[in-house]
Design a protein around this ligand. Structure first.
Ligand SMILES: C[S@@+](CC[C@H](N)C(=O)[O-])C[C@H]1O[C@@H](n2cnc3c(N)ncnc32)[C@H](O)[C@@H]1O
Length: 202
């Protein structure tokens, strides 16, 4: 019997099963989580929005819904198969093949030096502390003073040492770190961190 998985889900599962050490999730984010993460994306003007770890694009669609014509939407993805999938299925987005740890250089190559919102679903728990700090530093350097950075944490992981360490790093990197309410309609349930005003020199 043939399975009728949607193309995005099929692509996600195919990479996630082979590369769990890079993807770090069992399913794509739900529309509810995508809405919580993308509420910081300006709905007017011509902002520059960057997505880190777009996967098969479940967050990308929510970003696109908020953007007006003339805005830029760049997405940095490290997995080559997912980059190919995104370029084919979401040609309206500027998909960059690269590592979020090199964000500043990747954006400079794309002619971008200031970003209004950065939305991340990177698998933080898979990264050593130094790598987390490097990525947060890169985000802080490209974010406009009025910009915002959002990222996700899963509810079951909140009490764990790794998640506590990430929270500490977020609080060192940003002057304001807020959390949204729980998003139950996601596998697994999660919530978003909303961070503003990067601390200089982190
Ligand atoms: C948890 S999945 C999220 C996928 C999708 N955005 C979603 O919410 O369903 C994490 C994604 O981050 C990508 N990724 C992991 N490390 C990365 C890095 N250093 N730079 C850019 N992307 C990375 C993975 O390949 C994967 O697509």
């Amino acid at each position: 019997m043939k399975t009728a998985l949607a193309p995005d889900l099929r692509a996600f599962m195919s990479v996630a099963l082979r590369r769990q050490g890079v993807v770090g999730a069992i399913a794509p984010s739900s529309p509810s989580l995508a809405r919580a993460l993308t509420a910081v994306v300006p709905t007017s003007g011509t902002p520059v929005v960057v997505e880190l770890g777009p996967g098969t694009g479940s967050i990308s669609e929510a970003i696109r819904e908020r953007l007006s014509p003339g805005a830029r939407h760049l997405a940095v993805e490290i997995e080559p198969d997912l980059v190919t999938h995104l370029r084919r299925t979401k040609p309206w987005m500027e998909t960059i093949h690269g590592d979020a740890a090199d964000l500043g250089a990747l954006l400079a190559r794309a002619g971008v030096d200031r970003v209004d919102a950065v939305v991340s679903t990177l698998p933080w728990s898979l990264f050593p502390g130094r790598r987390q700090e490097r990525i947060l530093g890169e985000v802080g350097r490209v974010l406009a003073p009025t910009g915002a950075f959002t990222t996700v944490t899963y509810l079951h992981a909140v009490p764990l040492a790794g998640a506590r360490a990430l929270r500490r790093r977020l609080r060192s990197a940003f002057d304001e770190v807020l959390t949204t309410g729980p998003v139950w309609r996601n596998l697994p349930p999660g919530m978003a961190y909303v961070c503003r005003r990067p601390v200089a020199g982190v």
